[in-house]
Ligand binder design. Sequence first.
Ligand code: C5P
Length: 444
Amino acid sequence: MTTRGPSVVLGVGGGIAAYKVASLLRLLTESGHDVTVVPTESALRFVGAPTWEALSGKPVRADVWSQVPEVPHVRLGKSADLVVVAPATADLMARAAAGMADDLLTATLLTARCPVVMAPAMHTEMWEHPATQANVATLTARGVHVVPPASGRLTGSDSGAGRLQEPEDLYAVCLRLLAGSPPAGEDQPAASDILVARATETSDASEGERGSLGGRRVVVTAGGTREPLDPVRYLGNRSSGKQGYALAQVAAARGAQVTLVSANAALAAPEGVEVVPVGTALELQDAVVQAAKDADVVIMAAAVADFRPRDVATTKIKKTHADTPGQRDESAPTIDLVRNPDILAGLVKVRGEATSPVLVGFAAETGDQSGSVIFHAMDKLVRKGCDLLVVNEVGDGLAFGTDGNTVHLLFRDGLPGAGYAPQIGPAPKDQIAAAVWDGIQTIL
Ligand code: C5P
């Protein structure tokens, strides 16, 4: 007997962003969800029924006049574990807010008793119009989880608020709701909106925030550790330390007392920050554990080597490296490695014993055939057990050593006001740092 996964109705509105929703459908079906796609008539003008049928493996219809004996307009809503509508257009939200039932999707929305998510996408003017905002307020008051649109490039040459959130982020919202943990605090302004907007505003994002970390002790690690092989060689990585330094600088500007544990970064110390220079992972661990004792927040932005050479030669290893004097060995030496401790995991383990700092990890991830960047990162967040994971997409010259960055914030307990993984950037690293601190401060 095959067990069916949770039953999801994927409503698709008539907007250009419908093409992105095909990716959301794939994420849902490939992770075992039983998805029925219910497009509107106009959605089918953007992406046709064959695409939805091929990806969901089920027939697709928009009206209530086919397969009438099955009473689909009642059955679909009643049997769903989750209804997600993307893109939710201005028109579709207006019809849903008015309680209309003039097609299969709006009828399904009236009969659904499960969580409902709507992800609006439209031009900024339509999104900001009081009519749309009133409809969003009505839907939210009735318990619909409205995922605010991102700011960025829209259709044509426009840009502004109104962009559909990325399929991976919507997928993360769906998983949270299906797991029975609705995003917390939805009566607050959407924090994700604030974060995204901050990151695209001026580089003085922290200007109005001076003093908001007053009285807090924070520890930031930055740079990349170097694990010596001999007096002149080491195993290292390409981390420049720029993002960690930017985080330390923003925290100091907001009034925090900051200890920056810096591994081999060739950068000037930010004003008002105590810098503790370290070389290896073990040195970094000693410094962090010491500084974390009375800290409110620890951010592990450093790239810590997972392995170090078992033995460190006291003299330079020669090309002809034989141990026995007088002999010459022309082969290449073999380097034995041992594991370094996972410092972040160690901090998670002792959390709550003496102090309970907010623990923030960084993850440099690439997507692959088994899943997207967010997919792998969610796995890592659970494994690491930290409060927030800042996910960096790497590869192809992204992130390392550059001045700009794009990250996603994955919160262990959901983001107040949204509860999913907002994208921050692309933006300079100081703006990313300000948005990361905004996120941390929602936990504090
Ligand atoms: O598992 P991964 O190395 O990708 O996790 C990255 C996060 O874990 C970063 O926050 C990094 O600073 C931290 N880390 C650590 N100790 C290690 C390796 C990574 O604390 N040995």
